[in-house]
Design a protein around this ligand. Structure first.
Ligand code: NI
Length: 171
């Protein structure tokens, strides 16, 4: 399980729409997912999308340790997201492709998402809280969107070392 190199903001692979995976159960997808999970853990991240490791495919891995219904790692291929509220809630986010920074991003507090695992199992989940935030952040990567593009107040795009000037981090 090699650790993969993570693309950083400015690399074109992070700016374009990733392609659908034709066969989510192909061995190459399982290998990619395995390497992405190792890379996410190595970088101490909570989620990683394939474009972040220079692979322009619709594949995401993430962890949701604060959701007792879905502990452990989720790997999802060709995900589809539906925002279930008009409401947006501000929370702090960071990104392995934007190292050293964090920002306040408005996100829907409740979402539904579907997709398929590399084992071919269907996923259909309605989730809230951090789980809802992480999927919105990760799925955005598949459409070439980084969290600063979702921000409404760039005064709250800051270096992590300056976070003491702001309210405690939520996400
Ligand atoms: Ni990210």
């Amino acid at each position: 399980m090699p650790i993969l190199k993570i693309a950083r903001m400015g690399h074109p692979v992070l700016q374009r729409r990733a392609e659908e995976v034709a066969d989510p159960t192909a061995p190459g997808v399982a290998r990619l997912v395995s390497d992405m999970i190792a890379t996410m853990h190595d970088a101490n991240g909570r989620g990683l999308a394939a474009p972040q490791v220079h692979v322009p495919l619709r594949v995401v891995v993430f962890i949701t340790p604060d959701d007792p219904e879905h502990e452990g790692v989720t790997a999802i291929v060709n995900p589809v997201l539906e925002l279930l509220t008009e409401e947006r809630v501000d929370g702090w986010e960071g990104c392995l492709s934007v190292p050293g920074l964090q920002g306040v991003v408005p996100r829907a507090p409740k979402v539904r998402y579907t997709g398929v695992t590399p084992d071919g199992k269907e996923i259909d989940r309605t989730v809230e809280g951090f789980h809802a935030v992480v999927v919105q952040h990760e799925f955005d990567h598949l459409d070439g969107i980084l969290y600063p593009q979702r921000m409404t107040d760039l005064n709250k795009l800051i270096f992590e070392s300056e976070s003491r000037w702001f309210a405690p981090q939520e996400a």
